[in-house]
Design a protein around this ligand. Structure first.
Ligand code: SF4
Length: 1001
């Protein structure tokens, strides 16, 4: 597979090249794309100008369209000719400017310094970075849209006007804008509307000084270059670089005022011709946003030659809409579609597509990725028959594996421990690095050895010397406490990685992609290091600030993959499709919010002001996306739309609005398909662990009566029933799971805190009757409750000893108040039940359960959350943090393998019944569940219900024998050496399993 490196892009695109007819030297087989827009213009121009076409200048919105056009001319000419000049619109402006485009990072530093000078603020650089980027892009818009900056930044005369402008923003946006303004001039009490206006006015001197300084250095932003050229043209100035040239502008749609000026002035001088791709009726339909710029463009800038429209009607296309419940899963579906489009003899998939293409014609097919982060999984999921792949898109640097590794390194440094000369690293951060795909590949032996060593010795902090036995690891595990050394340290790691990849490369693997990622990261950090060395200002930066700055910068960088565009399967971003036509389109991430992207105002210039000054707004952006979409699809024959149908978390599973428009507005017939979760992933080999003598030996530790021998708990038995392999990994091999250090209180920690507070509140009443009055006292003693909550946080969450307390703040304070609310409600519920005897909480129980006719006795253990007694009935309760059900069908269901929604809680409470029966002489045991989340429900209850018998479980004795038999069968199975530990057959069970990586599920 060929993938061009970003380093290879530097060929001189603008200069004329000698075109050789296709089928000639390179022997590429490209079908004549007769209906292609670019082909037909090339044809019209060639038939008019023949070889003298090389005297013309063709201008396109993007590079790729220009290269296709160049290729079509060579195809039509059928003999060697000189190529015409091919430019992008940005090239066109740059051509006429003597300024160099200024580096973005330097611009940011410059803007910060100017801002500090103008505002007198003491804002730190890292808080400036976020809105500094926005300001840069606003300034760019001001220039590209030829806005009078003086008018814009002094336009607001009353505070009322500001508030009116704010009306169209969400609360969050208003907050952001207010924060931005208060950063300029902190708003204090008594400040008036004039202060706000003064704040706004600061933008003008900042903008002017920023421009003046750049110009003094012969540099400029893109917007400044466009503006200067447009203004010279308006002033009727002769621009030597344009003199004597004939420009043909092809495939444009939304024009900014600089572009409009360029077009108009060249038109007036008789130097311009224009071709617009508005062939499809949808692009001229006034009810479709896609047509927003159509009428004006064709009226103001008409074409010289008539190009007959050629369109594939929407109704004649084969369109499939495929729902895939996964983002990455879509790439597996692309694999399947490509295999069906281009079957080989070895293709084992049954083609449902009644059209099979020759594998020579990959160029007819484009895979469009509106979400760039799918690029890497896609490249790993392409069918083997694809010889060449062409990637033309920006890939976000932050989505690359190298970025992930650097994040782990930042975390490693954040949690470093220094004691005198000794440097040690926290085990979880070390493991994250050792498990990273790059490290696992480049130094797998050393990484494995260290991982085992850490687990074996239970090291919490690991000395740096233990970790430096390998060159790459030695580069990583070095303490960084100084901003001066952080960037060289990162550069050193990146170079070591690069060496590693080069050494790992062989005939089969060249790791080009990895090297490209590293290269881009290296370039970014290196550039930063240069700027820091140059010390453009007195920026006092902490290491955290520097890390945040690196994050900010890498988050905004995309890697510009630009492949040789006429060879192989085309993989593209949406913008790169402009001007191009394909017979087959596979469009992924066809979700609302991704294609089109969620409209968001990334600007500090309020919406109404933007409209007033004709700056682009979100509607403008929506219209451009709609145009790009309808233009792209209108000449395709087959289109596959794939979307992520999941509805959990941030996912809405909503298909793009364009699909609804196609369906309801244009009545397009779409074949809808749903792909099940694991389709296309292949069936990973089943894993089964035989109970060899060595495994049995480990297993039999659960039968030892020696002190500290391990025991099985209700939850480990439940794990076995769900998945024997998971049981084997956790209980028999005790494979390390993710560390339990929590940054915030999660559900399980909430439960732990709740348990601890309840236990401590009731401790003084152990063995005693609790009356209503006791509860009244407890409820009214909020100080006591708060003290217990703080204590629980200190001991359970912050793991403090010696009664040391920690002041709660932020999110933890919020959790504490929620916890208080629940505790109070439980006290109220218990008060209603009073009087009753409180027996104990967190009571540890152990038994030895006999199996195999008493030959083996299995150690079982458990902690009973709470036991109380009323009227001769012992309630054995288990607190559960969430909400849940209390009913079950029968005990068969409780012990059934692979069952979804199995009533596990029954096994747990019944096991506790078994544990406690010897202590409950002459008393009835009632097992129950206390769902904490349900305590506010009117019908709150703790008793279980047997649905089959339609009765409440009030007396465990009635179930004891049957439960004992089921438990015995289950334990017999676990300890039966003939039954291996296999994987669950129900993949839904794998969803929350920490070993999905092991099982490839
Ligand atoms: S991933 Fe699935 S099969 Fe593998 S151990 Fe976990 S639950 Fe069992």
């Amino acid at each position: 597979m060929y993938l061009s490196s970003p380093k290879n892009f530097l060929y001189q695109y603008r200069y004329k090249v000698f075109l050789v007819p296709l089928g000639g030297l390179r022997g590429l087989l490209i079908q004549t794309p007769m209906n292609s827009f670019l082909y037909r213009i090339a044809q019209a121009y060639y038939s008019e100008f023949k070889e003298s076409i090389s005297n013309l200048t063709f201008v396109f919105p993007n590079r790729r369209a220009g290269l296709f056009f160049q290729r079509y001319i060579s195809q039509i000419a059928a003999k060697p000719i000189f190529s015409p000049e091919i430019l992008t619109i940005n090239d066109c402006f740059s051509l006429a400017s003597q300024w160099q485009t200024a580096d973005r990072l330097s611009n940011l530093f410059r803007l910060y310094r100017i801002y500090i000078e103008q505002s007198g603020s003491d804002e730190t650089f890292d808080s400036f970075v976020f809105w500094g980027e926005m300001l840069l892009s606003d300034f760019d818009d001001v220039d590209k849209y030829l806005v009078d900056a003086r008018q814009l930044f002094t336009n607001i005369t009353e505070l009322k006007q500001i508030d009116q402008l704010f009306n169209v923003f969400s609360d969050k946006q208003v907050e952001a804008i207010r924060q931005f303004w208060s950063n300029f001039v902190p708003v204090t009490e008594g400040k008036t509307s004039e202060d706000f206006i003064a704040t706004w006015k600061i933008l003008l001197p900042v903008y002017q000084q920023f421009r003046d300084e750049l110009i003094a250095e012969n540099t400029a932003t893109e917007g400044m270059i466009c503006r200067a050229v447009a203004e010279r043209l308006r002033a009727k100035e002769e621009i030597p670089e344009f003199s004597g040239k004939q420009f043909i502008f092809i495939g444009f749609n939304a024009l900014n005022p600089c572009e409009r000026t360029l077009f108009a002035e060249l038109q007036k001088r008789g130097q311009a011709d224009f071709y617009w791709d508005y062939d499809a009726t949808e692009l001229r339909d006034s009810e479709n946003q896609a047509s927003r710029f159509y009428a004006e463009n064709i009226h103001v800038f008409p074409s010289k030659y008539t190009i007959e429209p050629m369109v594939e009607s929407l109704q004649d296309k084969e369109i499939e809409l495929i729902a895939v419940p996964s983002a990455v899963g879509q790439t597996k579906q692309v694999y399947s579609i490509l295999n069906q489009l281009y079957p080989t003899e070895n293709t084992d998939e049954l083609s449902t597509i009644n059209y099979q293409l020759s594998t020579n014609n990959w160029i007819d097919t484009a895979v469009v990725l509106p979400d760039e982060s799918l690029l890497v999984p896609l490249l790993h999921s392409l069918p083997a028959q694809i010889g060449k792949v062409n990637v033309t898109m920006g890939f976000p640097l932050k989505s690359t594996p190298v970025s992930g590794l650097i994040e782990h390194i930042f975390e490693l440094q954040r949690r470093i421990r220094l004691s005198g000369d000794r440097v040690s690293f926290y085990h979880q951060t070390v493991s994250n690095i050792l498990n990273h795909q790059y490290i696992a590949l480049l130094c797998s032996n050393e990484a494995n050895r260290l991982t085992h060593q850490i687990a074996e010795n239970n090291w919490i902090y690991i000395d740096a010397e233990e970790l430096n036995k390998n060159t790459l690891l030695a580069a990583i595990f070095v303490a960084q406490t100084d901003t001066q050394t952080l960037l060289p340290y990162l550069l050193h790691i990146l170079r070591s990685l690069q060496n590693g990849w080069q050494q790992a490369s062989d005939n089969e693997h060249n790791y080009q992609l990895e090297c490209d990622f590293l290269y881009q990261y290296y370039v970014t950090i290196n550039r930063m290091a240069d700027i820091m060395k140059a010390k453009p200002m007195n920026v006092n930066m902490s290491i955290d600030t520097l890390v945040r700055l690196i994050r900010q910068l890498t988050a905004s960088i995309t890697i510009p993959f630009v492949g040789e565009p006429l060879d192989g399967l085309q993989i593209m971003g949406v913008l790169e499709t402009r001007g191009l036509d394909f017979e087959n389109l596979i469009i992924t991430s066809f979700n609302e919010g991704i294609f089109p992207t969620k409209s968001s105002s990334n600007s500090f210039i309020p919406y109404n002001l933007r409209r007033g000054f004709e700056l682009p707004t979100t509607e403008h952006q929506d219209a451009i996306t709609a145009y790009n979409f309808y233009r792209l699809i209108h000449r395709a024959k087959r289109i596959f739309f794939l979307y992520d149908s999941r509805t959990e978390g941030m996912q809405t599973g909503e298909v793009s609005r364009f699909m609804h428009q196609l369906h309801y507005h244009y009545g397009v017939q779409v074949q809808e398909k749903t792909v099940s979760f694991d389709i296309g992933f292949g069936s990973p080999q089943a894993i089964q662990i035989e109970k060899t003598p060595a495994v049995m030996e480990k297993l039999l530790r659960f039968t030892s009566s020696e002190e500290f021998s391990p025991s099985l708990s209700a939850s480990s038995i439940n794990t076995y029933i769900d998945c024997p392999l998971q049981f084997y990994l956790t209980q028999v091999e005790a494979v390390e799971q993710t560390d339990e250090v929590l940054e915030t209180v999660e559900a399980s920690m909430f439960g732990t805190l709740f348990h601890a507070v309840m236990e401590n509140l009731y401790k003084p009443f152990k063995g005693q009757i609790m009356n209503e009055s006791d509860f009244d006292l407890l409820i009214s003693n909020s100080l006591q409750i708060d003290k217990e909550i703080t204590y629980a946080f200190a001991t359970k969450y912050f793991k403090k000893k010696n009664n040391m307390l920690v002041a709660l703040e932020g999110n933890n304070l919020l959790i504490a108040s929620v916890l208080r609310k629940y505790i109070l409600q439980v006290l109220k519920i218990d008060k209603k039940r009073a009087p009753f005897r409180y027996i104990s909480s967190e009571e540890r129980c152990n038994i030895q359960f006999p199996i195999q006719n008493g030959q083996l006795k299995i150690n079982l253990k458990g902690f009973i959350d709470r036991i109380d007694e009323k009227e001769g009935r012992l309630r054995i309760l288990d607190y559960k943090t969430g909400t849940g059900k209390l009913d079950f069908k029968n005990l068969d269901e409780v012990f059934e393998h692979n069952k979804e929604n199995r009533p596990k809680f029954v096994l747990q409470t019944f096991l506790y019944g078994l544990f406690y029966k010897t202590k409950a002489v002459n008393r009835t045991i009632t097992p129950g569940i206390f769902y904490i989340r349900d305590v506010f429900k009117d019908d709150f209850d703790t008793e279980l219900t047997n649905k089959e018998l339609k009765e409440k479980v009030t007396d465990f004795a009635a179930y004891e024998d049957d439960f004992g038999l089921h438990l015995s069968d289950c334990l017999e199975e676990i300890f039966n050496h003939e039954i291996p530990f296999g994987q669950t057959k129900n993949v839904k069970i794998c969803q929350y399993c920490p070993y999905t990586g092991v099982c490839n599920r």
